[in-house]
Design a protein around this ligand. Structure first.
Ligand SMILES: Nc1nc2c(ncn2[C@@H]2O[C@H](COP(=O)(O)OP(=O)(O)OP(=O)(O)O)[C@@H](O)[C@H]2O)c(=O)[nH]1
Length: 313
């Protein structure tokens, strides 16, 4: 590995250059380092390892290299779960239309001939990084609930799919749960929707922060309904943890004079164990959590119900 540039500015895009010619790497680095963080590699296999390790924003890739060609390497890059979206620009002496077509067919976003023109390289790099920026922005907005700024239902589905993908049998189970604000219609009716929105933000952010401390994640999945994922809790029992969650909401002391449950805003929680073995298992766990939430809603509210005791008995 040849570290050409050492500016670690957080806001700079990172570009990985893979080329077996040191002189090419030096020219590219000099060209790019004013605006970008540049990482360089002289070997394809080392370049792949660097790509996996550093997750660059863009890769400039030579084609003719000893060991592994750029055409072979791009296939590996595109098959890697964390790199398949990373744009790759071929920068090569291979000039034939057939080679160029092959490079683009294999997934490169662009193809630049050597000897290259510096302004054209800079312009094309800039264009592709702008596309990266816009794609990330779109992904962000597609996955976030704008009122609470929490991940939304779509993100829940994506994360669930990811958890299923990395599933490994584990003696300890994780948990999925549903949290619902009590008598929220009455809150809106009494205080108005704008104050209702504020309560949604405060309560959900309080819970999200609380769960985060235990490795959990909260998602807004409906009006005043939130899903959560909680990994196996080693230090604290699930009961204690859920009690703490209810208490965290009560500690906000948000007035709710019309609530038959308490003079403050409270929540109810249904929780079920879940191993994330497959989608059917997650759906079944969510259904259980929903039924358990229903039980709480039809008894005291401001409480939780979990299937752990049932499983242990
Ligand atoms: N302010 C505000 N209210 C919302 C939002 N989304 C849903 N709601 C309100 O949430 C309320 C949900 O009412 P219900 O489903 O009857 O539930 P609830 O009144 O909380 O009753 P329980 O769940 O049985 O305790 C409705 O009045 C919706 O209008 C939102 O984004 N902002």
């Amino acid at each position: 590995m040849l570290p050409i540039q050492t500016n670690h500015s957080e806001h700079k895009f990172t570009i990985l250059c893979i080329d077996d010619e040191t002189s090419n790497l030096k020219i590219l680095s000099t060209l790019l380092r004013g605006d970008y963080q540049v990482i360089a590699s002289k070997q394809a296999s080392e370049g792949l390892a660097k790509a996996i390790e550093t997750q660059p924003d863009l890769i400039l890739l030579d084609v003719v290299m000893p060991e592994i060609s750029g055409f072979e390497l791009i296939v590996q890059l595109k098959n890697h779960p964390n790199l398949h979206n990373t744009p790759v620009i071929f920068i090569t002496g291979l000039q034939s239309p057939a080679d160029e077509a092959m490079g683009l067919k294999l997934g490169a976003c662009d193809y630049i001939h050597k000897p290259f023109n510096a302004s054209i390289v800079l312009a094309r790099v800039k264009t592709h990084l702008e596309i990266v920026r816009q794609r990330r922005l779109l992904e962000r907005y597609a996955n976030i609930d704008t009122l609470t700024e929490l991940p939304n239902r779509r993100k829940w589905d994506l994360d669930t799919a990811e958890r299923i993908k990395v599933y490994k049998p584990h003696p300890e189970l994780s948990f999925v749960g549903i949290i619902d604000i009590d008598h929220f219609k009455l809150y809106n009716d009494r205080y108005g929707h704008q104050k209702g929105d504020t309560v949604l933000r405060k309560v959900s952010n309080q819970i999200a922060q609380y769960l985060h401390a235990f490795g959990g994640h909260l998602y807004r999945c409906g009006g005043e309904e939130f899903f959560f994922f909680l990994p196996t809790t080693q230090e604290t029992s699930i009961e204690k943890l859920l009690q703490g969650c209810l208490q965290a909401v009560r500690a906000l002391a948000l007035e709710h004079e019309d609530s038959p449950t308490a003079p403050i805003v409270t929540v109810s929680i249904g929780v079920a164990t879940c191993s994330f073995a497959n989608a059917a298992e997650v759906n079944s766990a969510l259904n259980q959590a929903d039924q358990l939430l229903y039980q709480v809603k039809h008894s005291t509210r401001n409480d939780y119900c979990c299937n752990v005791q049932l499983q242990n008995s």
